[in-house]
Design a protein around this ligand. Structure first.
Ligand SMILES: C[S@@+](CC[C@H](N)C(=O)[O-])C[C@H]1O[C@@H](n2cnc3c(N)ncnc32)[C@H](O)[C@@H]1O
Length: 298
């Protein structure tokens, strides 16, 4: 169904009206998923996460012998660190993207980490014994689900009574940028986010309701802390990711076709990114919230 609602965002007409939507929805979804979540550029960006920087809410609760499942583990950078922290316990990483799991397995091999296994699976179809994990973890995953409560329910079933569910998820309207071409970079940030979340489904503002979702899944003693991702708030890393998105013809033709930006505006972006990336004055902050909740012991 067409939606003719339109709004003006930073001088660019953004509209959800898309006459080709019915024909292109499936390919838009897989192409956006590929570029946003499964591409080499995406793995390079999310691979910057470390347990110390981006799992500081969870690390104090990890100890040797625990069993942890990392849902949507991507290239596994966090899963591998968790494995070191819980050894001789075990980490299971699950992701739907084959290339990401291949990279995670190769890295486990390179590092000689033996207490981690990675599986290609959709979270909602993953096979595991119920109540067999001490900890379930999500990082940048619930935001991409059409029904994040259903996804959290999978985690609830996976953990033992008294077990912990941890999540770190985005709040895209909290991102900010400084430096030359600040407005162009913000526009691109919005465009890339809007494309990803509208094409894949999900909620770019999920952080603000993360606590409600955790409580809704039956978890208790829920804690939510706002913050910025230290790993993702990197000018160089964000500039590289944005450049890769601009080199993706499926992405650029989609956002032009949707009327979100003109070709002229898009053609000025590579230069704007380069100037922003090269300036010592530039800064970027990527907003997220970290949440913890415990399964009741009953
Ligand atoms: C933004 S990346 C984050 C990767 C990793 N958790 C991190 O923080 O570095 C999101 C990951 O979730 C995976 N994903 C999203 N929905 C999924 C689902 N329903 N089942 C399995 N994996 C999923 C994607 O393939 C992608 O690797």
């Amino acid at each position: 169904m067409r939606n003719h609602r339109a709004q003006l965002v930073q001088g660019v007409r953004m509209t959800t009206s898309d006459p080709h939507a019915a024909f292109s929805a499936v390919s838009d979804t897989s192409s956006a998923r590929q570029g946003q979540l499964e591409s080499e550029a995406a793995r390079a960006l999310f691979g910057r996460r470390t347990a110390k920087s981006d799992a500081s809410h969870l690390v104090p609760y990890l100890r040797p012998g625990l069993r942890l499942i990392d849902f949507g583990c991507g290239q596994g950078s966090l899963s591998l660190e968790f494995a070191s922290l819980v050894t001789p316990g075990e980490v299971v990483g699950i992701d739907v993207a084959e290339a990401s799991i291949a990279q995670a397995r190769a890295q486990a091999n390179n590092l000689g980490i033996g207490n981690v296994v990675f599986h290609v699976a959709d979270i909602h179809e993953a096979q595991f014994t119920e109540a067999s994990f001490d900890v379930a973890h999500f990082s940048g995953v619930l935001a991409y689900q059409s029904d994040p409560l259903a996804t959290l329910n999978v985690a609830y079933r996976a953990v033992k009574p008294g077990g912990l569910v941890a999540a770190r998820e985005p709040q895209k309207d909290g991102d900010w940028v400084g430096g030359p071409n600040r407005e162009a970079i913000m526009l691109l940030n919005r465009l890339i986010g809007e494309d990803a979340f509208k094409s894949i489904g999900g909620d770019p503002f999920i952080a603000r309701r993360l606590g409600t979702l955790l409580l809704g899944s039956g978890l208790e003693r829920v804690e939510v802390v706002p913050g910025y991702s230290p790993a993702l708030s990197s000018v160089g890393a964000v500039a590289n990711f944005f450049s890769a998105r601009l080199a993706d013809v499926a992405f650029t033709s989609r956002v032009v076709r949707r009327g979100w930006i003109t070709e002229e505006q898009l053609s000025a972006m590579p230069r704007a990114i380069k100037v922003w990336r090269d300036s010592k004055a530039s800064v970027v902050a990527v907003a997220e919230a970290m949440a913890l909740g415990w399964k009741p012991v009953v």
